[in-house]
Design a protein around this ligand. Structure first.
Ligand code: AGP
Length: 608
């Protein structure tokens, strides 16, 4: 979602702002813009569409000056257009502002400002901030921003520049991420550490209710009341992952192919003999975990599907009752907590607004929070009591692939760990399962070698209009994930169902024109799955079956078969995910979709 960059220093402002925006591109956006101050005037360039359009405009009409702000916008209020792109400016074109988040009370503020004769030129909620800063300005930009943010409701990270004080950028964080980069003779800010790392490894992560005033030679932090505060500087030791597509036409395909190595890396990091090592950010003691009464998992989208698989794992292995909730529901449903629950948040980006709000809801009730996060130093990991990192590397494609399988992997090991603490599984059973886990990378590789066959099947079904994905048991969430993957990147309608539920309604949709993807590896519910598939076949459905190598029965009933290696039932969602991802990928690519940046979607969903 929206990305912010800011720079004050002596480098070429066009290249620094553009380089930062390119780094934020993966978050998803539909327009962009930059602004700087030159000889007492504000210069603004804005475009609809891809960043390349902004780069072209800047090549033609570059900005000058040594201070500027930039923005990628993902539309919430007002369509994607040049007018609605940020920076937004005040009436006199003297104050420019970029914003990530939503101003919930913008309507009443706008009415108030219109009465005071402010002239609005966009449909955005953001523009009210520019006018409020103008209204409150009394010779001190910092004071005027502080006064302004005290009137705002919602979530926001903002950066403001003004021709009256051309040596500084004033920024404020409340609910959306903002990181400051400290340089020599230059200082920066951005929504994401990756946008700073070409310039510096010294960063300060801002918390909610904090302001920063950035000058070329000085950075000062303030609390919401304007009191000077000291902030801890962090040295980023890790390097940004190489984010080139290499030989692959899309990041998504590259990321699908990285899964073997990522799981292998996690096997090496997490399994130490017969012990588990969940990393340096995991602080729960065995005693604490042994006493927990139940687990509540909350997450969004694909991460929620991984969480749903977690439910099966925790209940089966550790006999720990587990609830799974979509974060946007969890945060508003006033959940009941009794006993000593552990709240788990799962998120690739670590910045998803609803998941973060769910954590805050849990913390307000004094509950312990464990998060499973991919992006290091992200807000969700910082606000959780403990974090297990996914170690999946940067995921650029909007469709989550490698983060998802890594989430399942971590959940699997954590469930085994809990089962040991709770005396649910015996040591030999746990050993056996660890052995199975170690075999997963090689099995993923075998599936990836079959990618061409999956492409052929995708070609056959690429014109389908309605797809049904079905599964049972631990692969019911896999069916939900298969449907989500297909719809989000191909724009083809798809729905996921527990196979046993079909006859309670959805079977009415079945005809020869509605392909069904049935997930039926060897498992405790295998026979039941076959019965469900037969029911669909006898109503004319075309069925693609994902099943286990060597299974002859599925060959007789399926129209097309994708084989995965045999594995322990509870590990099968990892293997099943690979053909589901490839199937969705090829259908979308064959239909000419923008696979890595599907319409209307953002990689990091920082607004609710
Ligand atoms: C996945 O393919 C999606 N694009 C989306 O559902 C995503 O999983 C969801 O927005 C949650 O994101 P998070 O994992 O970064 O919290």
């Amino acid at each position: 979602m929206c990305g912010i960059v800011g720079y004050v220093g002596n480098k070429d402002i066009n290249s620094v702002l553009m380089a930062g925006l390119w780094k934020l591109e993966y978050r998803g956006y539909d327009s962009s813009g930059v602004a700087s101050i030159v000889n007492g005037d504000l210069e603004v360039r804005k475009v609809k569409g891809r960043l390349m359009n902004l780069q072209e405009i800047l090549a033609d009409k570059p900005l000058s000056g040594n201070l500027g702000i930039g923005h990628t916008r993902w539309a919430t209020h007002g369509e994607p257009s040049e007018q609605n792109a940020h920076p937004q400016v005040d009436c006199k074109n003297e104050i420019a502002i970029v914003h990530n988040g939503i101003i919930e009370n913008y309507y009443s503020l706008k009415e108030e400002l219109i009465k005071k004769k402010h002239v609005f030129r966009s449909d955005t909620d953001t523009e009210v901030i520019a006018h409020l800063v103008e209204e409150n300005y009394n010779g001190d930009l910092k004071e005027s921003v502080l006064k302004t943010v005290s009137r705002l409701k919602g979530s926001f990270a903002i950066a403001v520049i003004s021709v009256s004080e051309p040596d500084k950028i004033v920024a404020y964080r409340f609910g959306s991420p903002l990181i400051v980069g400290l340089g020599k003779d230059e200082n920066l800010l951005a929504s994401d550490i990756s946008a700073l790392m070409d310039h510096t490894r010294r960063v300060v992560i801002m918390s909610d209710g904090e302001m920063v005033v950035l000058k070329r030679e000085e950075v000062k932090f303030y609390d919401k009341d304007g009191k000077n505060i000291e902030k801890e500087e962090k040295k980023i030791k890790w390097s940004p992952a190489t984010i080139q597509k290499g030989k692959f036409p899309h990041y998504m395909l590259k990321e699908i192919h990285e899964q073997k190595d990522i799981i292998q890396k996690n096997v090496n990091l997490r399994i130490k003999g017969s012990e588990f090592d969940f990393g340096e950010n995991f602080h729960f003691s065995p005693q604490e975990l042994a006493h927990l009464s139940h687990i509540v998992i909350q997450a969004c989208g694909t991460s929620w599907h991984a969480g749903y698989i977690g439910k099966y794992l925790f209940e089966d292995f550790a006999r720990v009752r587990t609830e799974v909730d979509i974060s946007s529901e969890f945060r508003y449903r006033n959940p009941v907590f009794d006993g000593e629950p552990l709240v788990m948040a799962i998120s690739q980006s670590g910045e998803t607004a609803d998941t973060l709000a769910g954590i805050r809801e849990a913390k307000a009730k004094f509950l312990k929070v464990l998060s499973l996060v991919n992006v290091r130093e992200s807000t969700i990991s910082r606000e959780s009591d403990s974090t297990i990192y996914l170690n999946a590397g940067s995921e650029i494609g909007v469709a989550s692939t490698k983060a998802y399988t890594s989430q399942i992997f971590q959940l699997y090991l954590f469930a085994l760990y809990l089962s040991r603490l709770k005396w649910a599984l015996g040591s030999s059973e746990i050993e056996e399962k660890i052995k199975e886990v170690k075999g997963i990378p090689e099995k993923i590789e075998r599936i990836l070698k079959e990618a061409v066959k999956i492409k052929k099947i995708a070609k056959k079904y690429k014109d389908g209009k309605d797809f049904m994905f079905i599964g049972r048991g631990i692969n019911y969430p896999s069916a939900l994930e298969g449907a989500l993957k297909l719809k989000e990147i191909s724009y083809i309608h798809a729905t996921g169902y527990p196979a046993g539920e079909m006859k309670h309604g959805p079977i009415a949709l079945i005809s020869k024109d509605s392909p069904v993807v049935a997930i039926a590896p060897q498992s405790s519910v295998y026979e039941k799955m076959l019965n469900n598939i037969e029911e669909l076949k006898s109503r004319g459905a075309k069925v693609i079956i994902i099943g286990s190598e060597g299974d002859k029965r599925i060959k007789e009933i399926g129209d097309d078969i994708i084989y995965i290696p045999l594995c322990e039932e509870n590990l099968s969602p990892i293997l099943v995910a690979i053909p589901l991802q490839l199937f969705a990928y090829y259908i979308a690519a064959l239909n000419g979709r923008d696979v890595d940046r599907p319409r209307n979607l953002a990689k990091s969903v920082t607004v609710e």
